[in-house]
Design a protein around this ligand. Structure first.
Ligand SMILES: [Zn+2]
Length: 416
């Protein structure tokens, strides 16, 4: 059920601001908020207005911007914080308190009973002040908290009947999909409110944990663009969307403007001063690049053979890499056709052999392959291809002495 009806709480403007390279200006925050709103996320979570005077102004500005996404801000479980947050005009408050023994001992120093008492008081007060606001209560470091403590807190809060959502947070990235499934399944059985999952990616489980949370009945998943956040961050928006698309393509395409994802990733990468990783979900340069000859052949015949994500749905194109030793003649033939060159299959196979032989001795690029193809096509137009060992002929590369790599490289360089 939740797998089809999930919501994204996009936290680039809260968790993402905790990324070491992020120091958003008000204008940058607006750009990011607008881009995410265009993409279609259901919620935007903003840094607490208590963080700094400008954070407060930014909260007010974004809350008034008339975006389709609901605007949330993230605050500690304090009445004073809540009062200031409510004044900003946001549509929802995400209230958090630590429940692990470490956080209780080294952070706020409260017992579980004291946490329940404080949460009850603050949440009931917020609801009395703002009957229509969306209210979430989350524990922090949930997966290193005693489960009996966690459940006592959640049951008590759920019983108040004032919160819309209960949040589970893998604050340190320690959870595994199975553990997430178990904990959220218990919470689903015992409580009535919606369930939000916030997962850090320290051990690479954030996306799988988020999916597992939905399978267990969670309704809301926190993400950030490129996964930026504390340390190595949280569930990345693009990766999570890729997972949901693989699960239900039609529903995901309907829910979000997938073609805007690239713009969102690039915008945030540029603002925080990083490159989009080469192997990033969907928008990395290699995400739709195929290389091995056997893959290329199948991809040319039917892309789904090796693709579960259709690049066109994301406004992207697939690329078949052909300038290497693993290339296949079907891919080379496809390239010749793209270039409008007429070569027989036998000739294409010879060109393919040459590409492989050259790739053994130097780094090739597409231009090298194109030049070879053009040369074969030109020679075919003038006469039957001469069988020569002339150093200017591509055939000469195969004949060149292997033991003298440097000379061979130089030869290749000269003739290509
Ligand atoms: Zn976090």
């Amino acid at each position: 059920m939740s797998l089809e009806k999930f919501n994204i709480i996009e936290s680039t403007l809260r968790e993402g601001e905790q990324f070491v390279g992020a120091n958003f200006t008000p204008e940058q925050k607006l750009k990011i908020a607008d881009a995410l709103d265009e993409f279609g996320v259901e919620y935007l979570e903003l840094t607490s207005p208590l963080a700094s005077p400008q954070s407060r102004i930014d909260c007010e500005t974004i809350a008034r911007r008339g975006l389709k996404a609901k605007i949330l801000t993230h605050i500690r479980c304090h009445k004073d914080d809540a009062a200031i947050a409510l004044d900003t005009g946001v549509g929802g408050l995400d209230v958090v308190i630590g429940t692990s023994s470490m956080l209780r001992e080294f952070s706020h120093g409260k017992s579980i009973d004291e946490i329940i008492e404080l949460a009850s008081e603050v949440l009931t007060w917020i609801r009395s002040q703002a009957p229509d606001i969306e209210l979430r209560f989350s524990t922090e470091d949930s997966f290193r908290s005693e489960e009996k403590d966690l459940m006592r807190v959640y049951l008590a809060v759920d019983k108040l009947g004032v919160v819309n959502r209960l949040g589970i947070a893998d604050t340190v990235g320690v959870a595994t999909p199975r553990r997430v499934f178990e904990l959220i399944s218990s919470l689903r059985r015992l409580t009535h409110a919606d369930i939000e999952f916030h997962g850090h990616n320290d051990t690479g489980c954030a996306i799988a944990n988020s999916f597992s949370a939905l399978e267990a009945g969670a309704t809301h998943i926190d993400t950030s663009v490129l996964g930026i956040g504390e340390r190595n961050g949280i569930t990345p928006l693009g990766g999570f969307v890729a997972r949901m698309y693989a699960h239900n393509k039609a529903a995901t395409k309907k829910k979000y403007k997938l073609k805007k994802l690239r713009k969102v990733d690039q915008l945030v990468a540029e603002i925080v001063g990083v490159a989009v990783p080469f192997n990033n979900y969907i928008t990395g340069v290699t995400a739709f690049t195929h290389k091995a000859g056997i893959h290329s052949k199948a991809i040319l015949n039917k892309p789904e053979t090796y693709e579960i994500l259709d690049p066109q749905d994301f406004g992207l194109t697939r690329y078949i890499s052909i300038a290497h030793k693993l290339t296949g003649w079907n891919a080379i033939k496809d390239r010749a056709e793209q270039l409008g060159l007429e070569l027989s299959d036998a000739q294409i196979k010879l060109v393919t052999q040459e590409v492989k032989a050259l790739a053994d001795i130097k780094q090739l690029d597409l231009e090298d392959v194109d030049e070879l193809l053009h040369r074969w096509a030109e020679e075919q137009m003038t006469e039957d291809r001469p069988q020569t060992t002339d150093a200017t002929s591509p055939i000469a590369y195969r004949a060149a002495p292997k033991e003298n790599g440097r000379n061979e490289k130089q030869l290749v360089k000269q003739t290509l």
